[in-house]
Design a protein around this ligand. Structure first.
Ligand code: ZN
Ligand code: ZN
Length: 287
């Protein structure tokens, strides 16, 4: 069961249902070999190997300059592997200003974990992953760096996209990690805008407890439905103690994240003085 679910819908998704452990091992070995060739290395680092094993390649390096550059550093090679395999998202604050590649790409989230802590490939490229606004938002929402211990079982189950798809089909409510919307070519100083705008932004920043389209079927169908959220446990999970325990764990995580977010929003509201409000109104009027 997944918790922080990603909308990863990338085109080249390959399912490996019914694959035997042997053929999975074989295709995993091939994925790692191909990744090594791709970045011109004889062997990959543990993180690079995991990226190559967990995610199939779905895009080329879309160099902003249209001219391919040589991948000189280890960070650049790691970034390239992530870029070709991850999920494209709204530009982080760095990508909004322009990065080596035109797409902002992150590693999909699984059970609140992401490789490079959800930093994008362009920020990894420049060795500034820690400053990536996506990573900062992810960590602020309780996200953690990837735990290598879970990699093997995901690979054995056909890779991360396959596992996320299966989990999504099994469980209804999902949480979506959202980063602050970063308008292109605009500075982040517009972060605290006038109340109406600030409110919109706060909503954008929130770890939204979404009711995605696919879950509508479960709404109003359970006596346990909440005021805002449908009951998240499927009948199959209800009868399975392992899945149910896993659901409890996820629900606890969701609660913690939502509480953290509420606390942050309260702080933000308190922090906005009347003077700030009028300064921002003035900035909006005259910018
Ligand atoms: Zn980015
Ligand atoms: Zn970034």
């Amino acid at each position: 069961m997944s918790s922080l679910f990603e909308e990863y819908g990338l085109a080249l998704h390959q399912t490996q249902d019914n694959d035997s452990p042997r053929s999975i091992n074989h295709s995993n070995k091939r994925a790692i070999e191909n990744a090594s060739k791709e970045i011109g290395k004889n062997s990959l680092s543990p993180t690079q190997s995991q990226v190559a094993s967990l995610l199939e390649r779905v895009r080329e390096l879309d160099w902003t300059t249209k001219i391919a550059r040589e991948l000189k550093t280890e960070a650049q090679r790691s970034a390239a592997l992530l870029h070709c395999r991850g999920k494209s998202v709204e530009p982080c604050s760095h990508c909004a200003q322009g990065g080596p590649w035109s797409t902002c790409v992150v590693f999909p989230v699984y059970q609140g974990q992401s490789m490079y802590s959800y930093a994008c490939s362009n920020c990894v490229y420049y060795h500034r992953a820690i400053k990536c606004s996506h990573r900062q938002a992810f960590e602020a929402q309780g996200g953690r760096n990837w735990d290598p211990a879970i990699t093997e079982s995901i690979v054995a189950n056909g890779g991360l996209r396959s596992v996320l798809t299966k989990d999504h089909n099994n469980i209804a409510p999902v949480m979506k990690v959202t980063s602050p919307a970063v308008p292109k070519k605009r500075k982040q100083s517009a972060e605290c805008a006038a109340p109406s705008q600030a409110q919109t932004q706060m909503q954008a920043n929130t770890t939204q407890i979404a009711t995605p389209k696919k879950t509508i079927r479960l709404q109003s169908k359970s006596a346990f439905d909440g005021e805002k959220l449908p009951w998240p446990v499927s009948p199959a999970s209800w009868n399975d103690p392992i899945k149910l325990r896993s659901a409890i764990k996820d629900l606890e995580t969701f609660t913690q994240i939502a509480k953290k977010r509420v606390a942050r929003l309260d702080e933000e509201c308190e922090a906005m003085s009347t003077a700030d409000f009028w300064n921002q109104e003035a900035a909006k009027l005259f910018s």
